[in-house]
Design a protein around this ligand. Sequence first.
Ligand SMILES: CC(C)(COP(=O)(O)OP(=O)(O)OC[C@H]1O[C@@H](n2cnc3c(N)ncnc32)[C@H](O)[C@@H]1OP(=O)(O)O)[C@@H](O)C(=O)NCCC(=O)NCCS
Length: 211
Amino acid sequence: MQSELLRVDQSRSPQDRFRPDRQRSDCPVLLSQRLVMRAPHEEDIDALAHLANNAAIATMVSRMPHPYTMKDAADFVRRTNIGEIGKCVYAITKAVNGEFLGCCGLEPHSNDDETLEIGYWLGEPYWNKGYATEAAHALIDMAFRTRDIERIDARCRVTNIASRRVIQKCGFQFQGSGMVGNLATGGMMPVEWYRLDRKTWMSLKSWGEMR
Ligand SMILES: CC(C)(COP(=O)(O)OP(=O)(O)OC[C@H]1O[C@@H](n2cnc3c(N)ncnc32)[C@H](O)[C@@H]1OP(=O)(O)O)[C@@H](O)C(=O)NCCC(=O)NCCS
């Protein structure tokens, strides 16, 4: 996968290359082989409302209302643009035609500046094409390159085979399990907790270079 942020400066040492460059903006547009990831905007509202109105998505993420209305979509776009939902929320779109596919983002942990939590969902027509893994790779690379963080966490419902596989394909390691709330059902759901630390990410990124 080719992300804009992966074009590393070969003149810097491996340690420096993988440390944040403070001149970059906090949530830059991300490019990968097939995707453009950018801030959600008003033109996304129709597709967002259509794709997100799906119990198969809402029951897997913690804070998506169900049913999901045009008003929910408009509120989401407005609130992400003023930084009320997460600090780094992206619309995942197809590079070839701008089609809106879903969303992903990074959220800070309360009381822990060194840890971010990754989240993502895609509209059902786009599942199983590798898009979530491609988006997560770009997001993770951006986070470790532009933020002074040490780790990224991911949580998935224990029944969420696809998300667990995305997490594994990004190099996260299992930490434990627990319960989190689910807005759509109003109840709690059992989740698995995974973590990717900076050194593991650096090792994965350097692996090819060392051959
Ligand atoms: C989870 C989700 C984002 C995955 O998106 P995606 O683009 O389909 O993911 P990818 O194609 O990158 O990878 C999915 C992997 O799961 C595998 N998978 C999917 N369903 C599977 C199943 N029933 N059994 C076994 N493997 C399965 C795919 O084969 C693929 O693995 P592979 O590349 O090794 O073959 C998408 O299913 C989704 O949005 N679900 C609803 C919301 C959600 O769960 N969000 C995450 C919350 S933690």
